[in-house]
Design a protein around this ligand. Structure first.
Ligand code: SF4
Length: 139
């Protein structure tokens, strides 16, 4: 899912709707190469921190910071009941794909049966869960 962002929204800081198709294709390529092409990951992109694209309810959430740059959030779940925490700040598409290539590779090798990518990121210690957003979102 993505919000409309550029060129529709006057608050846009980075591409979202127009960025998503190519980005999803890149992530699908990583998943194929890592042997989890039949799996799915909830991935959302939003053009600014208002988060209309619901990146704060995704296993992988991108929040636009500037043209071509995003905060990468990890650790949401497939049910959309856990907020993902920021993993890397203000990075480029190439840097995001590099991070995801490594992390999806770990997920492919180390996941438990039926374990989603976001749940794996929490269990394996890649990212701490957000338990009380009012207190620990920025920890
Ligand atoms: S998240 Fe930001 S850029 Fe996207 S539609 Fe909402 S206000 Fe606009």
């Amino acid at each position: 899912m993505a919000c409309v962002s550029f060129p529709t929204c006057p608050l846009a800081m980075a591409e979202a709707e127009r960025f998503l198709p190519e980005f999803v294709t890149e992530v699908e390529g990583i998943m194929q190469r890592r042997g989890v092409g039949d799996e799915h990951i909830v991935l959302r992109v939003t053009g600014c921190p208002n988060v209309c694209g619901r990146a704060m309810l995704a296993e992988i959430g991108l929040v636009g910071k500037a043209v071509g740059r995003y905060n990468l959030h990890l650790g949401g779940n497939r049910e959309g009941t856990r907020i993902p925490r920021m993993y890397r700040e203000n990075i480029t598409q190439a840097e995001i794909l590099g991070e995801l290539d490594s992390l999806i590779g770990r997920w492919a090798l180390e996941r438990q049966q039926g374990e989603g990518f976001g749940d794996f990121a929490i269990r394996s210690g890649i990212i701490k869960p957000v338990l009380d957003p009012a207190r620990d979102f920025y920890d």
